[in-house]
Design a protein around this ligand. Sequence first.
Ligand SMILES: Nc1ncnc2c1ncn2[C@@H]1O[C@H](COP(=O)(O)OP(=O)(O)OP(=O)(O)O)[C@@H](O)[C@H]1O
Ligand SMILES: [Mg+2]
Length: 360
Amino acid sequence: MSALEIHNIHKRYGEVETLKGIDIALESGEFLVLLGSSGCGKSTLLNIIAGLAEPSGGDIRVGTRSIVGVHPKDRDIAMVFQSYALYPNMSVARNIGFGLEMRKVPAAEREKAVNETARLLQIENLLERRPAQLSGGQRQRVAIGRALVRNPQVFLFDEPLSNLDAKLRMEMRTELKRLHQLLKTTVVYVTHDQIEAMTLATRIAVMRDGRIEQLGTPEEIYDRPATLYVAGFVGSPPMNVFEAVAAEDGLRVGDGAPIALPPRFHGRVSNGQRVKVGIRPEALHLAGPDARTPLLTARVEVVELTGPELVVTARIGGERITACLPPRTRLAIDTEQTFAFDDEALHLFNPETGRSLLAG
Ligand SMILES: Nc1ncnc2c1ncn2[C@@H]1O[C@H](COP(=O)(O)OP(=O)(O)OP(=O)(O)O)[C@@H](O)[C@H]1O
Ligand SMILES: [Mg+2]
């Protein structure tokens, strides 16, 4: 039995279909991240799970029961929004406990739950303060506390960290991860930040235009992207993608030396076939004199030291590629360099459909 089952969910607003058949089954304790660019339907799906919007078709089940049509407060689901409004005139303690107060939970029990939640979030010393006397990160913790205190079956988060500055975002991200490891609640978390998705998720659903483009663990999404879209969405700098033509001796890019075709692609490409080659910047390194792995020769154009790495931009045929090398690498611009990479680092896509040549 799944903890949360999303079955063939459709949503239309008038003529426009915002969700075009979403299917996900979550096990208890999973942390699912819905990742996608603005307007792809992430919040719509979350709102449908929460009961703030009704689907045009499909079913949502928590445990064994369908919750479509069930009032939001009876769904045993708690949601943390992007713009979390705290009650300005109430103390932190009362903000956290307000939901329980509305549910007529006795005061003693409420106080116990609020204190326990505050301890988990490490804000016990702030309970008497008003929201205006808190930092952004502390306010965020209170908003999370409000959801946490209810001890729901499922937590929903809609971009909860997007109002915070970069440093605080990272801290709160770690904090959320710690909480999830501790509480093991089932979570659905919306973001368009790929790092947040990679670090928090047990599984990521990459959404595009109302559909799921790929559903998998962070490793699967990063190591085996099913489409060019997924490949480009996860990873920074993004995966290098360039055109090549399959030939007897390998993949030909411009008039450079051919790239050897790894065995797993044998039988999947025919001679003369055009393909899109994908290699992540961090998979490239400078080839030693006796490198046996596939090789790629490119002319160095720009070299940028970011601190932890040297970002190299180079030209291959008519295309540009990026390589992330160790920071102490010495590299002269305007020279031809040979880059090596492991077999597994090579991705091939169909240029028309964008689908991986290894996908089904
Ligand atoms: N009430 C509504 N009426 C009509 N169209 C809507 C409504 N709510 C959302 N939409 C449309 O549905 C699409 C998906 O919206 P949604 O809010 O789910 O996107 P999102 O993925 O959460 O984007 P963002 O990252 O910007 O928050 C958008 O094109 C949006 O304009
Ligand atoms: Mg949204």
